[in-house]
Design a protein around this ligand. Structure first.
Ligand code: FIX
Ligand code: ZN
Length: 434
């Protein structure tokens, strides 16, 4: 993990003052630097226009986001069965009524909706959604995407692409997408932990694989990965793993990960992203909102980093209780890059706790956040919250540095923010001009 050369200019190439700042200017300059630096959003579930309807945006998608559905069922007598029988529009109306009209939208997710509506001068306390629906209906998608990313201070987003998703597969096999604002990732959940259910999909595409991944299967899976690398040009490969993930063990997951995926990542020069700690479908009635969290045994990560020193691992862990271990492992293995405050951790109070600890243990050698946005406009509030949370944390770190005897300049601050939200990822993936 090489550090970038000290960057003494901002992203627009403007020379930055190396003049040491008085302490009472730290907060203001940190806020300016965070505001003026565009970030790379390294993990989202957003899609470029080429993917059509699987790319979600607009008020009805924002309101029926699974974070809000989980909160809805706590504040409404509507049962999941009744809810799923409603149309998307009726679901959005029900969620708006329960969480924004009958209750104060003070949770992180509901506040986010208010922030998006406010950004577009739309009513945040209306009884209905007609004005908002009309506004979003009127937005030409390409222009709207560029405007939303501009507002969010995001230069590009990294998608989550599943080669076994029929809707996606069709797009990739008919020319794919080349959109400078959207980067691809080869997501391997169906192959790594969904193999028993999905191996036939590879077989039907002409890959000689079998249920137990024996015989030629490993070589064929590697051929599949190489074919999709050519088709997608992904920045990394990725998988989410439960809190019960173990490596090594006798599972087909361990076998495919160790014998096919990691060797292919090495050969293709791609990092592997491991997102560890989800407990899938603890309440299936809630569908996407039904997943939970569990504390994982990170010795599996230790084994992977030690056993595959040539591989690079982008790692995010879902459990609050795993955060300290992850930082300590990052101090032991420089082929591992911690990233993001994932999912149930993406709340300002927890982001603050995790980020302070990471700065104290890792300096600026980590990636603080990703949005995990599933609906386009979510990047507006998720990155606004991140900048808002990061400012006092960085300011405090610089104040402590100055009191310990070393002054700080705008140039220092810009170099560090560049590294945290751009060059750590660019260097880890080889992405240029992200
Ligand atoms: O596995 C993942 O990429 C998770 O982020 C998602 O599955 C999850 O549903 C989500 O949206 C979290 O924010
Ligand atoms: Zn995700």
């Amino acid at each position: 993990m090489g550090t970038t050369s000290v960057n003494s200019s901002d992203l627009n190439g403007k020379e930055l003052s190396a003049e040491l700042l008085p302490e009472d200017q730290f907060q203001g300059v940190v806020e300016e630097v965070l505001e003026s630096t565009s970030f790379i959003d390294i993990h989202t579930h957003l899609f470029s226009p080429a993917f059509g309807k699987i790319g979600l945006w607009g008020i009805d998608e924002l309101l029926t986001y699974h974070y809000l559905e989980a909160e809805f069922f706590r504040s409404s007598a509507v049962t999941p069965e009744q809810y799923w029988r409603l149309s998307k529009r009726e679901r959005a109306d029900a969620i708006w009524q329960a969480l924004f009209v009958e209750n104060a939208p003070i949770s992180e997710s509901t506040r986010g909706i208010v922030a998006v509506l406010h950004e577009f001068d739309l009513p945040t306390d209306a009884s209905g959604l007609e004005e908002s629906r009309a506004f979003f209906r009127a937005q030409p998608l390409e222009g709207h995407i560029r405007r939303v990313l501009e507002i969010s201070g995001v230069s590009s987003v990294v998608m989550t692409n599943d080669p076994l998703d029929p809707d996606e597969e069709q797009v990739w096999k008919s020319g794919g997408q080349k959109h400078e604002l959207f980067h691809a990732v080869l997501r391997l959940d169906r192959i790594l932990w969904g193999w028993p259910k999905h191996w036939q999909q590879l077989a039907s595409q002409g890959y000689a694989v079998d249920e137990k991944a024996t015989g030629k299967s490993i070589a064929e899976i590697r051929r599949f990965l190489a074919d999709w690398q050519k088709r997608m040009r992904p920045l990394y490969m990725a998988v989410s793993l439960t809190d019960e993930f173990r490596y090594p063990d006798e599972s087909v997951t361990s076998k495919i990960l160790g014998e096919a995926v990691l060797p292919s990542c090495r050969e293709l020069g791609l990092p592997m992203s491991l997102m560890i700690g989800v407990r899938r479908q603890v309440n299936p009635a809630l569908r996407l909102a039904g997943d939970g969290v569990g504390k994982a045994d990170l010795r599996s990560l230790e084994n992977l980093c030690r056993s595959f020193p040539e591989n690079k691992f982008l790692v995010s862990v879902l459990s609050r209780e795993n955060q300290h271990e992850l930082c300590v492992y990052a101090r032991k293995f420089n082929n591992m890059m911690p990233f993001g405050c994932w999912w149930f951790l993406n709340n300002p109070s927890i982001v603050e706790e995790i980020t302070r600890e990471r700065i104290e243990l890792l300096g600026t050698s980590f990636i603080p956040q990703h949005s995990d946005a599933r609906v386009l406009e979510q990047v507006i509030y998720k990155w606004r919250n991140t900048r808002r949370t990061m400012a006092p944390i960085l300011t405090n770190a610089y104040k402590l540095l100055k009191r310990d005897g070393r002054g700080v300049s705008r140039k220092d601050m810009q170099r560090d923010v560049n590294r945290l939200f751009r060059s750590n990822f660019e260097n880890f993936t080889g992405l240029r001009g992200g």
